[in-house]
Design a protein around this ligand. Structure first.
Ligand SMILES: [Fe+2]
Length: 291
């Protein structure tokens, strides 16, 4: 493979790629950049051996924390702003489509299927503010899209998602809705409150290492999907929420911020929130990819 010295070590390792086994072009591209950046990092900070061992121990401890309810590496990637950057690389905004943002660790498959206008609230809290959420899902030409499946989920007024809280009913504040023939959706839920991401164990160590707090501003998660369109994973944010410009996972985008207004009496909720989405046609996406 080559005799190394401090000057040639990075080039020697890169030159070894694929020497004794087939690798794809993409694997070569990723491995080359990974080696270059990691070697550059080690040289930049003059990493010492005891620090390398501490990093190995840290990653080993993070791995042991992973289970069905906690994916520590996504959390670490979130705290470092990596997941949101990966999302930007995966779903670049090329036209008028709505911006995506991170999925986060609290999505559950197969939420309750509910009719338009139904409520996701299964348990009430003294501090809750009920909200009539509504809006249109349109294509880039401005036409409403019927039959869009819309999964929504949010934390409860105590700041906890139901799957992490034994005192909440299963699937509380989660639902699956569908747009009507005009592309209109509506449902009742609560005003989302800020909450801290898990800040114990290795995630907490990283937050403290960076001098950060763990808090996220109030938001509601969405996944919009319909055949023929690029799925949209996103969140909408409360313009009056704390932490809007200091999100611990850097996921807030200007276009995803909306305002809660007092609701008209006939809506039967405390607040009213309107937000429209634009989906990108899957065919257009393929055409761009083929260019
Ligand atoms: Fe969330």
């Amino acid at each position: 493979m080559g005799i190394v010295n401090e000057q040639n070590i990075t080039d020697v390792v890169i030159a070894s790629l694929g020497k004794h086994g087939e690798i794809t072009q993409r694997e070569r591209e990723i491995a080359t950049a990974l080696i270059r950046h990691l070697h550059g990092f080690v040289k930049d900070v003059k990493l010492q051996h005891h620090e390398f061992l501490a990093a190995c121990d840290y990653l080993a401890r993070a791995g042991k924390l992973c289970n069905d309810n906690r994916q520590e590496f996504i959390l670490l990637g979130d705290i470092l702003g990596i997941e949101v950057l990966v999302d930007m690389m995966t779903n670049p905004v090329e036209g008028g489509e709505s911006e995506s943002t991170v999925l986060g660790p609290f999505y559950r498959e197969n939420p309750p299927v509910l009719p338009k206008g139904a409520s996701t609230i299964q348990k009430h809290y003294d501090n809750e503010e009920t909200v009539w959420f509504e809006g249109y899902v349109r294509d880039e030409a401005g036409n409403g899209i019927a039959g869009v499946t819309m999964d929504v989920w949010e934390d409860a007024p105590n700041g906890i998602y139901e799957n992490l809280d034994p005192d909440q009913p299963e699937y509380n504040l989660r639902g699956r809705f569908e747009t009507d023939e005009n592309g209109h959706y509506a449902f009742v839920a609560v005003r989302p409150v800020p909450y801290p991401i898990p800040d114990d164990e290795t995630a907490g160590e990283l937050l403290r290492f960076m001098g950060h707090h763990p808090n996220r501003p109030g938001h509601v998660h969405f996944i919009l999907s319909r055949e023929g369109y690029r799925p949209l994973i996103s969140q909408i944010y409360d313009s009056d929420s704390a932490w809007l410009e200091e999100d611990s996972v850097f996921a807030v985008k200007e276009s995803l911020i909306g305002k809660f207004h007092p609701a008209a009496k006939e809506l039967g909720t405390d607040l009213h929130f309107t937000f429209d989405f634009v989906l990108k046609a899957a065919a257009a996406e393929q055409a761009v990819a083929a260019e």
